[in-house]
Design a protein around this ligand. Structure first.
Ligand code: ADP
Ligand code: MG
Length: 306
């Protein structure tokens, strides 16, 4: 993406969160380092928040940004390869796979005195185990550093069984600050559609104020579901298990209420599969509810049966 385009883009209704991050960064010397947990649904603006914060403070702090990816072959320490592009001292450690040395080096970077350090790990719902170990190690020691560790993750997938949940549970409560990103208000959405011919109410009902979906609708210039959004929904649906997808198909075409036992019998769907479907689809529930034939029924079903 063109750098200037990104620079000019304004984040709506995120002043409070940006100020909170700025205050934490300014306070590391007096109050100690912090872990900031930024969570919210897909497209809500987690990455944008971190990038905007990083840009605004890149002169005053060392910025180390890395992302986890939803790879079919998970890479150990994935986000630290991103960071190594800026912090070459990490390259050799990544190549040798020396996890302990890696942790110590990162702790050293976070403890630099002259300028504070921000270490941000995006999309941690996809973190590999080694990355989670690093987060745990750094998070438990963050108070004594001169740094801020920002961890972003999606709401839905990080449920009670998710390994990230256990990492979060082990962090010292005094070191943890939580940020939950909400959908945009009607005012913000109206700002985003103001130079278009789009009907505000139609965009609101289609997107429910999810900034990514609003941006896509604005870019497409039509208040129907743009192809890019359909693609992202289908990409999600393609990851659900075969059994859950067949349940979805059956429920979508069924005229009346379905008994769970009938579904089990016909489709062999397990509760786990239904729960997974719910997680995968959660960011687009509203769209699914209103736009997909039978979607409402399916969601209600998945919600009451797992
Ligand atoms: N607060 C906001 N105001 C306006 N647009 C936003 C805002 N947050 C996100 N966006 C738009 O939505 C898109 C998706 O945001 P992103 O940060 O990638 O979401 P996430 O990382 O939570 O999936 C961004 O490219 C941006 O265009
Ligand atoms: Mg993101």
């Amino acid at each position: 993406m063109c750098g200037l385009g990104r620079l000019l883009r304004v984040l709506l209704e995120r002043d409070q969160e940006l100020k909170l991050l700025a205050d934490l960064l300014a306070g590391v010397g007096s109050s100690g380092g912090k872990v900031v947990l930024v969570r919210g649904e897909a497209g809500i603006g987690k990455s944008s928040l971190v990038e905007t914060f990083a840009r605004a403070h890149e002169d005053g702090a060392h910025m180390l940004l890395g992302s986890c990816d939803d790879l079919l072959t998970p890479q150990p320490l994935g986000p630290f390869w991103d960071i190594a592009r800026r912090e070459a001292s990490l390259f050799q450690l990544l190549e040798t796979g020396d996890l302990r040395a890696m942790m110590e080096t990162l702790l050293g970077l976070l403890s630099r005195k002259l300028r504070p350090t921000v270490l941000a790990i995006d999309d941690t719902q996809w973190a590999d185990e080694a990355t989670l170990d690093v987060i745990m190690f750094l998070g438990r020691r963050i108070a004594r550093t001169n740094g801020v560790l920002i961890i972003t993750y999606r709401d839905g997938p990080v449920d009670i069984d998710h390994p990230l949940r256990q990492v979060i549970g082990e962090l010292p409560p005094n070191s943890v600050v939580r940020v939950h990103l909400d959908r945009l208000s009607a005012e913000a959405v109206s700002t985003m559609v103001q130079d278009t011919d789009l009907d505000l109410d139609a965009v609101l009902s289609l997107t429910s104020g999810n900034p990514l979906f609003v941006a896509e609708v604005v870019a497409a210039g039509v208040d129907t579901v743009p192809l890019s959004v359909q693609d992202s929904v289908l990409a999600r649906a393609s990851k659900i298990t075969h059994g859950a997808r067949r349940v979805l198909e059956l429920v979508s075409v069924s005229p009346g209420d379905l008994e769970r036992s009938l579904i089990d019998e016909v489709l062999d769907a397990t509760q786990e599969e239904l729960a997974k479907f719910k997680d995968k689809m959660s960011p687009v529930y509203d769209w699914w509810l209103t736009k997909v034939p039978g979607g409402k029924k399916y969601i209600e079903f998945a919600e009451t049966h797992h």
